[in-house]
Design a protein around this ligand. Structure first.
Ligand code: PMP
Length: 320
């Protein structure tokens, strides 16, 4: 299903009508993958619509840009406010997926032209349901280890959420779906577990929560960080380490984390059931803690919820 059109997209400093947010076919990013981006969710909470970990996502956007020596022509505060504005102007009162992207735009052609192309910045937001299907959060998904590995250190930096990295994700995700799985898991070049095509991975063994450390070609996921903090707060032991592939086959529980998939149990890997083949108690407890942040059952002691002022604004002013 194509992305549902909303009234506005924030584009280079102002809200413009959806169909006006366009770039030239000779934009640098389209040819060379030179974009950095974020994916955020806004949730409907009892106190109003809130964007989850907005400031942390914006920080990662600027970190990704710094790694690629891209100068985003806005401050982080301006990007934060633009994200809030985009959700408000589109009246996304029931929550949304928010997609900021900054990229090398139209200018000189060439991989590293003498004159840097301008950096364009856009932010779109739209209503979006469950990424891996409605039932996945309750039932779990079937995953496989991909024949494609994640990028090696000192090739493409995995900590940068850059457009070009998602060629690796496309190979891993498409292979998995072609073979009848819901999602593929990439190994890092040393053969240990890395991450899914668009999500981090956790494994439970002997009641301990394990996730690949940042050196294993993973994105530093904000949902990953959220789960680590929620787990430790609940007295669970969490280890960030190197995880052998076969630990997945003998794990008691496993799950993916990400803004899109939230916390999605993995019920099988390479057609072997994970544990009982049903979401386990630790996964379910962490799901409850996570979704409790948005229902109000889990206290937001970290200030992760960034509320959006949804008061209706006149259309003409918003478009100006
Ligand atoms: N790894 C990859 C490759 C991703 O694309 C994502 C989604 N941004 C994640 C992990 C999870 O990150 P987050 O929890 O910040 O969405």
């Amino acid at each position: 299903m194509p992305i549902p059109a909303t009234p506005f997209i924030w584009f280079n400093g102002k809200l413009v009508p959806w169909e006006k947010a366009q770039v030239h076919v000779l934009s640098h990013a389209l040819h060379y993958g030179s974009s950095v981006f974020e994916g955020l969710r806004a949730y409907e909470t009892p106190s109003g619509v809130a964007i989850f970990r907005l400031k942390d996502h914006t920080r990662r956007l600027f970190d990704s840009a710094k790694i690629y020596r891209m100068q985003i022509p806005f401050t982080p505060e301006e990007i934060n406010e633009a994200c809030r504005q985009t959700v408000a102007a589109n009246e996304l009162a029931h929550g949304a997926y928010v997609r900021p992207v900054a990229f090398r735009g139209y200018g000189e052609i060439g991989v590293t032209p003498r004159n840097e192309p301008p950096i364009d910045v856009a932010i779109a937001a739209w209503e979006w349901g469950k990424y891996l299907g409605h039932e996945s959060e309750e039932q779990g998904v079937d995953a496989c280890i991909s024949s494609w590995q994640r990028v090696a250190p000192n090739t493409l930096p995995a900590l940068a959420k850059a457009g070009g990295n998602y060629l690796s994700s496309q190979l891993i995700g498409a292979e998995a779906r072609r073979l009848g799985f819901d999602e593929g898991i990439g190994l890092s070049p040393d053969g240990t577990l890395s991450e899914g095509s668009g999500e981090n991975i956790f494994v439970v063994r002997d009641g301990v929560l394990l996730t690949p450390a940042l050196a294993h070609s993973v994105l530093g996921g904000l949902t990953r960080d959220t789960v680590i903090r929620l787990a430790r707060e609940r007295g669970l032991e969490v280890r960030e380490s190197a995880i052998p592939r076969e630990l997945l086959y003998i794990a008691e529980e496993a799950f993916f984390t990400g803004t899109a998939v939230e916390i999605t149990p993995i019920r099988s890997v390479d057609r072997l059931p994970v544990g009982s083949g049903k979401p386990g108690p630790i996964t379910q407890a962490l799901q409850a803690a996570f979704f409790g942040l948005f229902s109000g059952k889990t206290r937001d002691q970290w200030g992760w919820l960034d509320y959006v002022n949804m008061s209706p604004r006149p259309r003409a002013a918003a478009a100006g």
